[in-house]
Design a protein around this ligand. Structure first.
Ligand code: AMP
Length: 196
């Protein structure tokens, strides 16, 4: 099972990704969580990323590529994963494609058995703003939220077409209860295999 969770901030991708990952016993890899932990730990990566995150901007591609490459080489990532918040730009997606060909167990051969799926959770902007304002994270003030949504529409939304073109897209209406969305995701992804 190799899943990418896309969708705008506040679409519920983190919640759904975490839930399904624990159900399927595969790691939930959230680049946002890794970056926030790096900021708290004041690592070199955290220090470079913090100002971008506070402003609601994307952290530069190269930092994310290094981060994901390292994480994908961990042993627990060999049986599949749910990637939450990456890729977020077309260059990241192209890089990731290449990386999957290089990582043992995820090469072109096994790719057929454990096809990558990119899930997009679609939610209207007004619902997203309301949800994010009630979440209260440090980067969740209204100005930053509006900026993050704009960044999403400009830089990340093109990935929907990227994955649709490759017939890897699973589009789900995220403007429903958490349980309804989980049920639809489970059904839509039930044909996929855990890959070894
Ligand atoms: P998230 O928790 O996924 O909303 O991510 C929080 C913040 O981390 C984002 O607003 C970005 O600043 C940064 N971030 C997370 N993932 C990425 C990524 N794939 N590319 C660039 N920046 C990212």
């Amino acid at each position: 099972m190799q899943l990418i969770f896309m969708g705008p901030p506040g679409a519920g991708k983190g919640t759904q990704a975490q839930l399904l990952a624990s159900l399927w016993n595969i790691p939930h890899i959230s680049t946002g969580d890794i970056l926030r932990a790096s900021v708290v730990a004041k690592t070199a990566l955290g220090q470079k990323a913090q100002s971008y995150m506070d402003a609601g901007d994307l952290v530069p591609d190269q930092l994310l590529m290094d981060l994901v490459q390292e994480r994908m080489n961990q042993p627990d990532a060999s049986a599949g994963w749910i990637l939450d918040g990456f890729p977020r730009t077309v260059p990241q997606a192209a890089f990731f494609d290449q990386l999957l060909c290089d990582v043992p167990g995820a090469g072109p051969k096994s790719g057929k058995d454990c096809a990558l799926r990119a899930v997009n959770l679609d939610v209207p902007d007004n619902v997203l703003v309301t949800r994010l304002l009630s979440r209260g994270r440090q980067d969740d003030n209204e100005q930053t939220i509006r900026h993050r949504l704009q960044v999403y529409r400009e830089q990340t939304e093109p990935l929907i077409e990227f994955y649709r073109d490759r017939q890897q897209l699973v589009a789900v209406d995220g403007d429903r209860s958490m349980a309804e969305v989980t049920a639809e995701l489970q059904q839509a992804l039930s044909g996929d295999q855990i890959c070894h």
